[in-house]
Design a protein. Structure first.
Length: 217
């Protein structure tokens, strides 16, 4: 989750999730450091895209600065529309917010330049031959944490990896052609990493939400 404020975080963890029907327990962890992940990182790693396609999908450089960005009401209005439809055109943004076209373009450029507004890519991994989606929770000795994280980032099977709090100190999301491929990855690649003490593997049966995806949009 990515709450914007501490109040939003506490409301979700301590109120909304607790009152969600059939939720009987919650375990929350904090991502401390990202080793791998990004808008088109995994597609680039497996050479699914040509250099021109990668360039077309790659966002412009971002300069986040050293202080938090202050958002004005006009910025919030634009982000609200894009939150509902990330493909909204300039004309649609202008009509929804009542802002002049020049103002919409100027504010979008500022939001992109500061990293507040960013582009991400959602794709169907099954079309690329990956039928098995797995989450790996690795318990790694502290001295080997960085080395294991960097090694995971280089694996073509890994689409996300980060250091996390909790009993397991690294979490990774992986893609595989089948259960045999997952077994080989766990035994040959994960098993060969110095410092890995244990790994818990959980298969994802169905992705309910990825990014801000809504069925049919």
């Amino acid at each position: 989750m990515k709450p914007r404020t501490r109040q939003a975080r506490d409301e979700l963890l301590l109120d909304r999730l607790q009152r969600t029907p059939r939720v009987i327990s919650v375990s929350a962890h904090c991502l401390l450091h990202h080793f791998y992940g990004g808008p088109v990182g995994w597609l680039s790693k497996i050479n699914a895209l040509s250099p021109d396609e990668q360039a077309a999908l790659s966002p412009p450089p971002v300069d986040p600065g050293t202080r938090p960005v202050a958002l004005e009401d006009a910025d919030e209005a634009l982000l609200a529309v894009l939150g509902r439809d990330g493909r909204a055109s300039i004309t649609e943004l202008q009509a929804s917010t009542g802002l002049p076209e020049s103002t919409v373009k100027r504010r979008l450029d500022r939001l992109r330049a500061t990293g507040i507004l960013y582009l991400d890519v959602q794709f169907d991994h099954q079309h690329l031959g990956n039928e098995v989606v797995a989450m790996l929770w690795l318990t790694v000795t502290p001295a080997a944490l960085a080395n294991v994280g960097r090694a995971l980032a280089s694996h073509p099977e890994v689409r996300f990896a980060a250091a996390t709090t909790g009993q397991a100190n690294i979490v990774a999301a992986t893609l595989h052609t089948g259960t045999g491929d997952l077994y080989t990855y766990l035994s040959d690649k994960i098993g060969a990493l110095d410092g890995v003490q244990s790994v818990e593997t959980a298969l994802a049966m169905r992705e309910v939400k990825q990014l801000a995806y809504e069925p049919g949009r």
